[in-house]
Design a protein around this ligand. Structure first.
Ligand code: UDP
Length: 329
């Protein structure tokens, strides 16, 4: 067996590569390096530089490496940017996926793990979001993930490809400092940036209908997320009928923005920092917490790391990538 991992030089993809390699699986990475970093791919893992939009490259990669399974993470993932550039998001995320599935169908590649997102749910009005909660995405990004799921399932059914659509909740942390997220687009790195710049971290609204008024999310350690990919890939490889799995990947535990900011200040040692409450950010749902039962019953997977470990490991990565912050801290 040989896994093609698209987006394997990205933050999450590199963690998936690491988990698969540590589990003894053979992998090859395809990444266009638009946001990925070649250094994240471990030595000994072949890397093909290019896009999933390049059908000829996909065909030759499948043939050269004897690809039997695909784990597809390569995608654009910024919600705000997707509003500005919807066609670019549809091209990269939907047309790129279509091209990949066409190559898989033509090449007889029969197993597919797809990186989806809790963004498919939009503003869920439930305490715990199950996989059957209606999908009403609020951004072009979320739409491309939902369309991607539909396409993967339909193609899977028609062409005998087992699929697992993994809906990530809020990913944080790092399995090793050098694998940390270098983008500053999510709560944890955004708070790190403010603290190390000597500014107040911002809380986007404290008038939500939640106990402390700030938004609640379900944070998942990227190392746990990577293990979930391994578990899903292994499930698809079990003998049996063509499978069609859709699974939330979260911890089933809500943490508020205020709780996160306080914990980050404590762990980083910026205990005097006071958060500044600003206006709500458009499109933020008050509460998004996964029901995580299905993945544990289907795959026997459970998250092992808590929020404290996510922040501690993310901070070690931040210090590695921002040596100036170490002196100031
Ligand atoms: N957030 C915040 N301040 C920041 C960054 C994020 O209050 O500097 C909030 C954001 O409004 C949301 C939560 O933190 O309620 C998680 O945001 P993130 O962008 O990390 O993920 P999302 O849940 O929006 O995908």
């Amino acid at each position: 067996m040989s896994y093609l991992i698209t987006g394997g030089a990205g933050y999450i993809g590199a963690h998936v590569v690491r988990a698969m390699v540590q589990a003894g699986e053979r992998v090859v990475v395809l990444d266009d390096l638009s946001t990925g970093v070649a250094d994240r791919v471990p030595e000994g893992v072949p890397m093909v530089v290019g896009s999933t939009l390049d059908r000829a490259l996909l065909d030759s990669t499948f043939a050269e490496y004897g690809v039997t399974d695909v784990i597809h993470l390569a995608a654009k993932k910024q919600v705000g940017e997707s509003v500005e550039m919807p066609l670019h998001y549809y091209r990269e995320n939907v047309h790129g996926l279509q091209t990949l599935l066409e190559a898989m169908a033509a090449g007889g590649v029969g197993r597919f793990v797809f990186s989806s997102s809790a963004a498919v749910y939009g503003m869920p009005d439930v305490d715990l979001v199950t996989e059957d909660t209606p999908c009403l995405p609020l951004s072009p990004y979320g739409e491309t993930k939902l369309v991607g799921e539909w396409m993967a399932r339909a193609a899977g059914k028609a062409h005998g490809i087992s699929t697992a659509c993994l809906r990530y909740f809020n990913v944080a942390g790092a399995a090793a400092p050098e694998l940390a997220d270098t983008g500053i687009f999510n709560l944890v790195p955004m708070v790190f940036e403010k603290l190390t710049d000597g500014q107040s971290p911002r809380i986007f609204g404290d008038d939500y209908p939640t106990p402390d008024g700030t938004c609640i999310r379900d944070y998942i350690h990227v190392a746990d997320l990577a293990d979930a990919h391994l578990a899903a890939a292994r499930k698809l490889a079990e003998p049996g009928p063509v499978r069609d799995l859709t699974l939330n990947i979260g911890r089933g535990e809500g943490v508020s923005v205020r709780e996160m900011v306080d914990l980050i200040a404590e762990i980083t040692g910026y205990t005097d920092a006071r958060a500044e409450v600003t206006a709500r950010r458009a499109g933020d749902p008050a509460r998004v917490v996964a029901a995580a039962d299905r993945i544990s019953s289907e795959l026997g997977w459970k998250a092992r790391h808590d929020v404290r470990e996510m922040i501690t490991s993310a901070w070690a990565g931040w210090l590695l990538h921002h040596p100036q912050a170490r002196r100031d801290a």
